[in-house]
Design a protein around this ligand. Sequence first.
Ligand SMILES: [Zn+2]
Length: 309
Amino acid sequence: MGFQIRTQGLEVSSLSRKKLHESARYAYHLAASHPHFLFALMADSDTISFTVSHRGFQHRLSILPDSTLADLHATLEELTTVPPSMQKLLYKNSPKAAHDEMTLREAGLKNGIKVQMVGSTLQELDSLQAKEAEQRKRDRILRERALKAPVKVRSTASSSTTDHLYRFHELIPLPHLPDPDSALAVLRRLSNDKAIRHVMQLHKFSVGILTELDPRERPDLLGLNTNQGQEIKLRLRTDSYDGFRVYSQVRRTLCHELAHNVFGPHDNNFKELNSQLNREVAEFERAAAEGTHRRGRHAPPSWGRHVRT
Ligand SMILES: [Zn+2]
């Protein structure tokens, strides 16, 4: 497996020692007898050079195109300590079903491409799990308390305890498109949208990554849901890239994609759920505008005021 990695000035090589010797000897032989051959040899074995950004670090890699994604993941593990199974690579035209044996060429990795890597290290995972255990403990205490004083606690504990589960876990604008900060602001607005949060709680929707869909990547699509909520991509930009699409339309697309968390094909089940979601969003906003939501049928007025005797 041929490999050459340059990262932040450091050069690492994981060419097998034997191969390295062979190619060095061959190159030396060629250069000695025919100097112009060395150049030809170098040009021939051209590597793919690209940057992988992870948490603000730019890793410049230069890798032979026949290396596999597994090789790339192993290299990135060395550089970032993120285990391969938790690395997610985002770049333009990345294949839908990438697998470890795919070569970099097959995976669409080209010279100069900008790759963004998302992933957590094992330590971070441990602390996340610790946090979740802590949250479970808190939930259990709340549940036990709710059993002792069912009415009083239920009214406050209904949504807050599951808030952290049914949401978008990561928001990622596309770094190669102009003004990613504004794109991030739109993603944040969607993920904090009270009506969307309401619907996600109601249907227990959890989405790993909310990101944008490059209009050039799939000109035919406004949104895309991968693996029922692993990732939702939304087209945020106008086709001419000079601005952002109208928020309410992007949000409608989001409802459509959220319905794909449950149903894959656009059958009647899907259509029903999709219009239900849009209805729930509209109802939520109407109720919020009238200030009746909290005291509506979800929680009768007596709950809030009910006092344990
Ligand atoms: Zn669809």
